[in-house]
Design a protein around this ligand. Structure first.
Ligand code: FPP
Length: 239
């Protein structure tokens, strides 16, 4: 693994839309599902690299609320891959010092996946350090609506006073207690957000690359962070 470059600023939180697995496989004459397997390995490599260079949070978009529209066999393969990944993660999180959370509507997932998500949560609660967040059955608008409903329920139950601030609302999102992403990366050539972290990306710097996700290496991440270091973040103010 690359030793890692020195940067003036390392983003605290990097978010990545995993895109291009299918095309990567097609280019090699392989089934799309082979691209997803390769993509899962790339995630493993990039998560370890992020931890090594001092990133605090990595959030990836692995399966959206819209991805159920894909062919049955592809959905099944992705779910199997995620199951295998979480099993392996459960065995290694403590040793590697990698916390893991699932963001998304877990209740819509198979019972086995729900149980694995609960187990990763339990381990995450007792270890410290770098955190990988995997968005599964996730949609940004769905997350905001769900948060609004939970807030309304708290108001009705007398647990919240109705005088809502942005900070308070953030705590109703899947990403409660996670700082907003500083850098949003989309490999695979498309330049859109696709319903990913709509609330949280208000001030994220966007980085797009044509590299397909399975080909995304630590060197590619270095390029994104170098570009991030050239950006002038003003948050609507002046310098
Ligand atoms: C996007 O590529 C990829 C997905 C919808 C699935 C991502 C899932 C994984 C990598 C599996 C496991 C993930 C983790 C985090 C363990 P695409 O199929 O849309 O590619 P295309 O645009 O080339 O068709």
């Amino acid at each position: 693994m690359t030793a890692g470059k020195r940067f003036d600023r390392v983003p605290r939180h990097i978010a990545i839309i995993l895109d291009g697995n299918g095309r990567w496989a097609k280019l090699r004459g392989l089934p799309r599902t082979a691209g997803h397997s390769a993509g899962a390995e790339t995630f493993r490599t990039i998560a370890h690299y992020c931890k090594d260079i001092g990133v605090e949070h990595l959030t990836v978009y692995a399966f959206s609320t819209e991805n159920w529209k894909r062919p049955d066999n592809e959905v099944k393969t992705i779910m199997r891959l995620l199951e295998k990944y979480l099993h392996e993660a459960i065995d290694s999180m403590e040793r590697d010092g990698i916390r893991m959370r699932i963001f998304g509507d877990v209740s819509g997932l198979a019972p086995e996946l729900q149980a694995l998500a609960a187990e990763t949560d339990e381990i995450t609660n007792r270890i410290e350090g770098f955190q990988a967040n995997i968005c599964l059955n996730y949609g940004g608008r769905d997350e905001i609506v769900r948060a609004a409903k939970r807030y309304a329920a708290d108001v009705a139950a007398g647990k919240a006073d109705g005088d809502l601030t942005e900070d308070q609302f953030s705590r109703y999102l899947y990403s409660a207690n996670v700082p907003d992403p500083d850098l949003l990366i989309r490999p695979g050539g498309e330049q859109r957000l696709s319903n990913f972290l709509l609330w949280q990306c208000a001030y994220a710097e966007f980085y797009f690359t044509d590299v397909l996700w399975p080909d995304f290496t630590p060197d590619e991440l270095d390029k994104a962070i170098e570009e991030f270091n050239r950006r002038d973040r003003r948050y609507g103010g002046v310098k």
